[in-house]
Each structure stands twice: as structure tokens, then as C-alpha cells.
Design a protein around this ligand. Structure first.
Ligand SMILES: *Cc1c(COP(=O)(O)O)cnc(C)c1O
Length: 396
């Protein structure tokens, strides 16, 4: 068999979407899917949201791209809104999550370099983390399936157990620049860090002059019911990577930092040809218009509670299949007692429900943040029907 024109690095399934309408995806032959995957936590506003669509259309017709060598009224406006609504004082826009993490790593190293602490270059990262697919970001994880065959990887990362504060503290030495951590591991299986862990990392960073770098690429931008997930922990980072939901489907990301953390990032130290171009900024501004509307995050919390309750109520009915529910807001995971990939495929192929598999046999439930009670009821109906006629679990 010759290689496919699309490099065959994804296990692509039979769903071939050609159109989206709100919480539904429509396939080539008109099949309708309830989309509780959202392009993996990307389509925050669902598909074809009129405000986002119009903003992109208007901006595309007005001015799509200019170089970062010119002033950017559109970028300044979005950066200012992010600064006004977060811990951050400054923002670098990227085209993806991995690039946002790369910028975060560079900012953390450069902080110590600019302080004259040139030996402080190592970031402590965590088992089963996912930070992207660049050489730098695969070097920051211990997951063999991401790293295998890509040696030599980069030095400057030390991986310890997730949510184990003693292990994190014990790993700190003279070469430590800081910690890089997802407050809620996404690909790793919707694992929220504990309060004590996140607060503890903040304390260690404060005590030792280290950078707390959060990867909120998946859990950020309203997904968990607060604008950013770290708000649940009552702490702020020094540096934070954001992407996925921030463009609502338009490819973009951002690295946010405090003034102190970014003091080494002076003219010439970093850049991106496309990063923050007017089209991306129009998308980002349109998403924020909706997410910052009074009542929107309350809606996410209410729908998150509702969905969580419904899942908690459903799973004991199929206790040969389901183990437990975890997560925050509309970033939820159902841990299965068997392979989650097979069940995700079953829901997709036989019940028209899209979810995403994750590590630790978890089915990720990541709906658009705009869902209502009817969508939740439909999801639960399809999930229950899927659990009822799921053969592998019955046989096991
Ligand atoms: C998806 C993801 C990334 C990588 O984002 P890309 O846009 O695919 O580069 C990084 N970190 C986390 C936590 C993610 O979920």
C-alpha cells in the first residue's frame, strides 16, 4: 500500500464531517453527531457561532495578515483584555498550544538568565503530562509513545510523579528553573491536581525564586467554569500557556506572563511570523466577547454541575463498565473498567455521540460551553443506550 496523501500519523475514524451546526457535526452523507468532543476542547462556542463567524469573515475581508514588525491595534486590544482579566501583565500570541508552551519554557529560562542565574535551566515536569508535539514539548514528558524514535531529545527537564508535592520538592536543586504543570491533566486522563499540590508548588516557587509555569492549553478559557483553571486553586502562575479554546476553532495560542517573569523577553529574543495576526486576533476577541459576557461562566458552572450529576446518577446502572467520574466544569472524564478507546468508538459508530479517549481508560466529555439542558439530556440518553448495548463489557 502506498502512503496516504495525508501523512498517516492519526488513527482516523469513519466520521468525515463537512459541516457543523451548534453542538452537532454533520458527515458527508448527512449523518448527525452530538459533538461532546469539540475538536478536543477547541470549539468553545460550538460550530458556526454567528458572532465568531462574522468577526472572522469581516476581518478576513479587511486585513488578514501583517508582520509583527508593524503595530497591531487588534493584538494590543486582545492582549489588554487578557491582562485586565488575569494575573498577567504581558502576552505573546502563538499559532498553537505547543508553541505557547515553547514560549513559556523560553520565558522561564530567560528569567533566570537575565538575573544572572545561568545554571537555572531545568523545568520539573510530571508523569503522563502532555505539552505538545515539538521536540521541546515531547522532551518535557515521560510518555514513551510521544518520544520514541525522536532522539536526541532536549535536556533541561526532570519528570516526577504528578500530584506528589514531596516528589516535586525533592527534585528541586541548583539547576531548577521552575515547574511546568497542567492544573488538570487532559490527555493524561482528566486528572485534577489537588489543592495542596498546586498551593505547594506556588509556595516552593515563592520560597526559592522559581517560575510556576502552567499549561492551561486544554483547561483554560472558561472550560472548567472559571476563566482559567488555576482560579479554582486560589493561586496564580508566573507564566501560562493557553491555546485550544482561545480561538474557538481558529488556530491560535498565547503565552501570558507577569512583568517580573517576562523581564528577560526583550526585543529580538522571540518571534513568530503568523503569531497574533489580525485574523487570529479577531477570532480571539470574538471568543472573549462571549466568554466574558456576564453570566457566561456561571452558565458553564451550572451546566457542568448538571452534567456531572447526571453522569454520577447514570454510572452505577452500568457498574461493570464505569468506574467513576472526575474533572471540573465542562472538562469531565468517565473512568472505565475496560479500554476507553473501544467504548468511544462504540458511542461514535452506534449512537452518534462524539467523545474523546484519554489516558488511564478515561472517556473525555468536552462539550461546547454553550450547551443547554436539552443537549445534556441527549448526551446522557446516548451514553446510557451505548452502555446498554456495549458487548465487550457484558462479555467481560
Ligand atoms: C493540546 C495540548 C497541547 C498542544 O497543543 P497543540 O495546539 O496541539 O500544539 C499542549 N498542552 C496541553 C495541555 C494540551 O492539551
Amino acid at each position: 500500500m502506498p502512503i496516504t496523501p495525508l501523512m498517516p500519523v492519526y488513527p482516523r475514524c469513519g466520521v468525515r464531517p463537512v459541516r457543523g451546526e451548534g453542538v452537532y457535526l454533520i458527515g458527508e452523507n448527512g449523518e448527525r453527531y452530538l459533538d461532546f468532543a469539540s475538536g478536543i476542547a477547541v470549539n468553545l462556542l460550538g460550530h458556526g457561532h454567528p458572532h465568531l463567524t462574522k468577526a472572522i469573515q469581516d476581518q478576513a475581508a479587511t486585513l488578514m495578515h501583517v508582520s509583527n514588525l508593524y503595530g497591531s491595534p487588534q493584538g494590543e486590544a486582545l492582549a489588554q483584555r487578557l491582562v485586565d482579566n488575569t494575573f498577567a501583565d504581558t502576552v505573546f500570541f502563538t499559532n498553537s498550544g505547543a508553541e505557547a508552551v515553547e514560549c513559556s519554557i523560553k520565558t522561564a529560562r530567560r528569567f533566570h538568565y537575565a538575573n544572572g542565574d545561568t545554571q537555572k535551566t531545568t523545568l520539573i515536569t510530571f508523569k503522563n503530562a502532555f505539552h505538545g508535539r515539538t521536540i521541546g514539548t515531547i522532551s518535557a514528558t515521560d510518555q514513551d509513545k510521544l518520544r520514541s524514535g525522536f532522539d536526541p531529545l532536549l535536556p533541561g527537564f526532570k519528570v516526577v510523579e504528578f500530584d506528589n508535592l514531596d516528589a516535586a520538592e525533592a527534585a528541586v536543586d541548583d539547576t531548577t528553573a521552575g515547574f511546568l504543570v497542567e492544573p488538570i491533566q487532559g490527555e493524561g486522563g482528566i486528572r485534577p491536581a489537588s489543592q495542596a499540590f498546586m498551593k505547594g508548588l506556588r509556595r516552593i516557587c515563592d520560597d526559592k525564586g522559581l517560575m510556576l509555569v502552567l499549561d492551561e492549553v486544554q483547561c483554560g478559557v472558561g472550560r472548567t467554569g472559571t476563566l482559567f483553571a488555576h482560579e479554582h486553586y486560589g493561586i496564580t502562575p508566573d507564566i501560562m500557556a493557553v491555546a485550544k479554546g482561545i480561538g474557538g476553532g481558529f488556530p491560535m495560542g498565547a503565552c501570558l506572563a507577569t512583568e517580573r517573569a517576562a523581564h528577560g523577553m526583550v526585543v529580538g529574543t522571540h518571534g513568530s511570523t503568523y503569531g497574533g495576526n489580525p485574523l487570529a486576533m479577531a477570532a480571539g476577541n470574538a471568543v472573549l466577547d462571549v466568554v466574558l459576557e456576564p453570566g457566561f461562566l456561571e452558565h458553564v458552572r451550572a451546566m457542568g454541575d448538571r452534567l456531572r450529576q447526571a453522569l454520577d446518577q447514570m454510572i452505577p446502572n452500568y457498574d461493570d463498565l464505569f468506574d467513576s467520574v472526575r474533572g471540573m466544569g465542562l472538562m469531565l472524564g468517565i473512568k472505565l473498567k475496560s479500554d476507553s478507546r473501544a467504548f468511544v468508538a462504540h458511542l461514535r459508530d452506534h449512537h452518534g455521540l462524539l467523545t474523546v479517549a484519554a489516558g488511564d481508560n478515561v472517556v473525555r466529555i468536552l462539550p461546547p460551553l454553550t450547551i443547554d439542558e436539552r443537549d445534556i439530556a441527549e448526551c446522557i440518553e446516548r451514553l446510557s443506550a451505548g452502555a446498554r448495548d456495549y458487548a465487550p463489557a457484558k462479555a467481560a
